[in-house]
Design a protein around this ligand. Sequence first.
Ligand code: FE2
Length: 279
Amino acid sequence: MTILSPEQRRSYEADGVLVLPNFYSLDEIAKLRTRMTELVAEFDPAEATTTFSTTDEQSRDEYFLNSGDKIRFFFEEDAVDAHGNVVVPMDEALNKVGHAMHDLDPIFSDFSRKPKLAELATEVGFSDPRLLQSMYIFKQPRIGGEVVWHTDHPFLWTEPRSVTGFWVALEDATKDNGCLWCLPGRQNLAPKERFRRDGQGGTYLETLDDSPFPTAEGVPLECEAGSLVVINGLLPHWSAPNTSSKSRHAYTLHIIEGSAEYPDDNWLQRDKALPLRGF
Ligand code: FE2
């Protein structure tokens, strides 16, 4: 099985990004979405909403920092009030779910470990790929927030750099509902920041280079449900708020190289009992 044509390989090499339409079938997509609907129905919002109290910054940090080996639910800022009440319907309240569904849930594991994805990882250069992080992103109608320009390597740092993002459109992504934008060919810029644990239960964003990204070059990546977007860990990308009446669900997997060193002060840490696995 070969996934990429020579032309697609060249294109990914040059641009740091590649859109593969119809990578997943609509049946495969539907199965994942149904499973997420079930997980949301089983979830007790109180587990997460208490962290919205303004006096409870610490538990909010803790809820996030301990999610690397769990399935945790993150609300949109505007969906929960200061007393922890969810003020919009539950199916429109969540920002994302993360960060280890790919290891803890059989349906997510199956979706994340299809042989075609393993083959693709090999074709984009991995020799010992490890599935580090999964996220289900809702990008809710009207309240789905912006994700500012960034690259992924600063958040999932390895030595040498290895992280690559696999972003799957679970619904059609358009400029109206907040599709990804990126700066093709800018994956060769040095990292501008690094997100680290501070050793005291918090995190900080270290600035390595304060020059801005050349965002005027931004290109929208509109694509249909089932498309997979491969994103180099240093490719700048962004998504706008969703001001439309349609959601824009997406599933992302971030993969690193098994032989790369994974620092202890990266935000995402996992219990030793749940070691990183490959395909
Ligand atoms: Fe990203």
